[in-house]
Design a protein around this ligand. Sequence first.
Ligand code: B3K
Ligand code: ZN
Length: 858
Amino acid sequence: PHPILRSDYRPPAWLVPAVHLEVELDPAATRVRARLSVEPQGGTPGAPLRLDGAPGMVPERIAVDGRPLGAEEWRIEGEQLVIPLDQGAHIVDTEVVIAPEGNTQLMGLYASGGLLCTQCEAEGFRRITFFPDRPDVLSRYTVRMVADRARYPVLLANGDQTGTGDMTDGRHWAEWHDPFPKPCYLFAMVAGDLKANRDRFVTASGRSVELGIWVREADLPRTAHAMAALKASMAWDERVYGREYDLSIFNIVAVADFNFGAMENKGLNIFNSRYILADPETATDADYDAVAGVVAHEYFHNWSGNRVTCRDWFQLSLKEGFTVFRDQEFSADQGSRAVKRIEDVRVLRAAQFPEDAGPLAHPIRPDSYLEISNFYTATIYNKGAEVIRMLHTMLGAEGFRRGSDRYFDENDGTAATCEDFLRAMETANGVDLGGFRRWYGQAGTPRVRALLSHDAASGTARLSLAQIVPPTPGQPDKLPMPIPLRLALFGAESGRTLVPERVHILSEAEDSILFPAIGERPVLSINRGFSAPVVIESDRSAEDLAFLSAHDDDPFARFEAMQQLMVDTLVALIEGRPADEAAVIEAVRTTLADEALDAAFVGEAVLLPTEAFLGDQLAQVDPVAIRRAREGLRQRLGRTLEAQWRAAYAATAANGFALTPVAKGRRRLRTVALGYIAASGAADAAALALAQFEAADNMTDRYGALGVLGSMVAPERERALEGFYERYRADALVLDKWFTVQALSTREDTAEQVARLARHPDFTLANPNRLRALVGAFAANQHAFHAADGSGYRFVADMILAADPINAQTAARLVPPLGRWRRFEPMRAALMRAELERIVATPGLSRDVFEQASKSLG
Ligand code: B3K
Ligand code: ZN
């Protein structure tokens, strides 16, 4: 396979202003008749019309301007249909037959449950019909769907419904028209036996929008939260960005088999059901938040993605980074801003930092790819969002809004670039973002060294800053990037604010700031709110970190100081150096005792950093030493503060289910406290957890208890796992949790249990959620996955190879954990490489898995 290069971009030779589709839906043989109005675009006179297709797809009929073409008048080149045409506008008809029920890749038109549905981003439309499948070809679509009325009573597509009717043969039809020109990746249609939760939203300018969330009838009671989130998102985008919805219908459909979280098709979002369905019995508080966040994300794409789309797939972060930033801010406005920021930074550190430090590192605007599906990454999405957030920080909320208004106005109805976005921000604010562009082109997480010195005699303090952007594949040398750092100074003795928060932009490799009139020893609070996606290296003592964790006025900075204190202590323990364990225990005690803090924050702040994150701090990951040190500290925290954990547990006792931020925070802290009670080794811990499990009136408490039990060796564990299975075996989304909790267990026998679960009758490679629930979770369980004998690597590689022919996109997502081999000692590294080599040597490998595995070896 040859790489696609960003520098090779050329505008399309032919445009397709209008598309008319006629689709006779049938799971075994769906007939698609496409009528394209095509017209040449200056630049490449004489170029033939090139339409993308899928492997093995052949047209049954082709006509140009109504005249059927003979076999010599067209050809198939690779997977493209090539038709020589005279300059000038033409009508091109093609007809193909496709088989949705055999489509296990879940791209294009496929069957899920009893439904037929589509997924076209990035390159799925070419599996439905021959078409220039690139985002800079924008068309107006009319779709006529025909299907069996009994089996598929509901027929949905983008835009407005313009007609329906019955046929004499038991089939019926529906016609939809979308007035907004769109790229084909935003095309969607769904046929099935669905019921809608219907509602309505009146836009700021008074237009009424019919809302529908379409699910299986039995799932209707689980759609209320998604509907509330949708309406809140619509109002938020009007208030914060001045963006109104633009069609009279907005539909969402939930499907059980989906490669990703959801898809923002114009007026017809299609969702992985796990991001729609929620009720207290089956969804945790985290699930509820994810539903709201993804509903908002897809809705926000209507402007950041659909009205303004991407010129080419190298610009993916233009819509994804911006839209993640928008959904993060929406969620922050709905609940606790500090806790939301903590969660988002956790995700960035768990998923994006390792990516940025490994063989698959790429900038948020990549330069090349083999398979675009591999670039829907934490870098494009989450680092992309951080880059937008830095612009927001530097320009201020109003300046950022001026820039986004200008961006939407200037680019509405077009396929734009990251450069267009930056230029709109610049012109609207009269600023030069020249150096900032490096964030788009350079990969790697910058490291910022921050050293504060104090001269008591002169009453001055000096902060020395230095940045290093590490080398990444293909980018050995980096230039410094503008890094906005929110910082403040506090008095170590008085606790007073000595220098209130300011934003300092570190633009050069090195820089220093002089602070006058600093009479007492200052303590540095830096990268507050995580203002830049960087690693801070400072020499703050355990005492100073403990001080900040108790006194900083930025809650994120308090969390961060506690984390750093825990990391420093654990790294020392892992490396066998003297460690200030007492400082951690006292800081946790102080946080637990602070009545001004809300429970949600406390629940986050007292958690030890994950084993994986600790691994990232070490020159070489030693999973066994990390596990031992972390579990040891957990146990001592549990024991020393046992009375405090029991008090916190009692104070947060279940008291009727409510979905308020306060009730959610209490549930969070309750399960965290239960975990520490179990870690202490208390004799009643398993019984306490089982009691919580059995008495729970909601999934958060039940799954929280199951998570604690899952790592224990106790009969209560087996009882809870069996009870959970029996209770939820018919509910796929909850059964996923049953697989995950066992894959994440810290027990010594986790690898065997997971291998056994892979043979369980409820395990299937065909459903992406299930595959991720077991294999994805196992690969994230550092200690179990990195078993010294290589059994974890072999298992995951076997699963990748087994899944690849069925669903290449999902299989490829399991490869990166194996690609981290450079971070391990030579024995493990060799075992990991051997599995990657075995994967690469497998005949018939998909392009998706080939790209990830071969680049991981490189
Ligand atoms: N835009 C979709 C991406 C799905 C493509 C997966 N290959 C989801 C989202 O970011 O909203
Ligand atoms: Zn998105």
